[in-house]
Design a protein around this ligand. Structure first.
Ligand SMILES: Cc1cc2nc3c(=O)[nH]c(=O)nc-3n(C[C@H](O)[C@H](O)[C@H](O)COP(=O)(O)O)c2cc1C
Length: 202
């Protein structure tokens, strides 16, 4: 990763808040500077799925925040909204179909939407981790549109070929794939060697 440029990390209101907490832990362990934005419904899902309701509670469960800056999703003038601010890219995990649709249309009505719009226009990496089932044609068309615009659509779809023993391993599978797409070194998820899975990598 080029000189630990900041990664913008948005958490939106799709199911899968545990992916978000684990990803923040992993980015903190790797000392990656993080510009964190949590949508209103993202906070609701954090509460419903992990009992985290406040910044303090999120801090207490996601490691050392030395390199984390939390922005309000209402502040469309904050650093992640600027194309001239150095950035390695952005991940939205989990990514709601609502936010995904807004980014596909370029509406930029929140800091998360604006930051993603900027990442696409600056040709930086944008990793989207949607969670919905089944997908409607509208969802699929929006994902195709974003993929064509350069985003990586990385659904929260863990594999089972490494025989996970619990939810933590399933979460790490997805989080490991996200970290790989952000060029962040990690030891999460199954490892491959000559086409064979070796160990659980966790
Ligand atoms: C409990 C709950 C679970 C939800 N799960 C999902 C989901 O898995 N995927 C999704 O796309 N939207 C889901 N939604 C709907 C989004 O939260 C809703 O579209 C919201 O407007 C998204 O706003 P945001 O993208 O700004 O966070 C859920 C909503 C609630 C309240």
């Amino acid at each position: 990763m080029d000189a630990l440029q900041p990664v913008t990390f948005a958490v939106t209101g799709a199911s899968g808040a545990r992916y978000a907490v684990r990803l923040l832990q992993a980015l903190n362990e790797a000392a990656v500077p993080v510009r964190l934005i949590v949508s209103r419904t993202g906070w609701r899902l954090l509460h419903e799925e992990t009992d985290i309701s406040t910044e303090a509670e999120l801090r207490s469960q996601s490691g050392d925040w030395k390199h984390v800056t939390l922005y309000s999703d209402d502040d469309r003038g904050a650093t992640p909204a600027s194309g001239s601010a150095p950035s390695h890219g952005m991940v939205i995990c989990p990514c709601s179909m609502g936010t995904l649709a807004s980014i596909a249309q370029g509406t930029t009505r929140s800091l998360i939407e604006r930051a993603a719009d900027v990442v696409l226009k600056e040709r930086r990496r944008l990793v989207l981790v949607p969670r919905e089932t089944p997908y409607s044609i509208i969802h699929l068309e929006n994902m195709l549109r974003l993929s064509r615009a350069g985003a990586v659509v990385l659904p929260a779809s863990p594999g089972f070929y490494h025989r996970p023993e619990g939810i933590d391993e399933l979460i790490d599978f997805v989080v490991g794939r996200v970290l790989s797409h952000l060029d962040v070194p990690h030891g999460l998820g199954p490892r491959w060697q000559s086409g064979e899975v070796v160990g659980d990598g966790v």
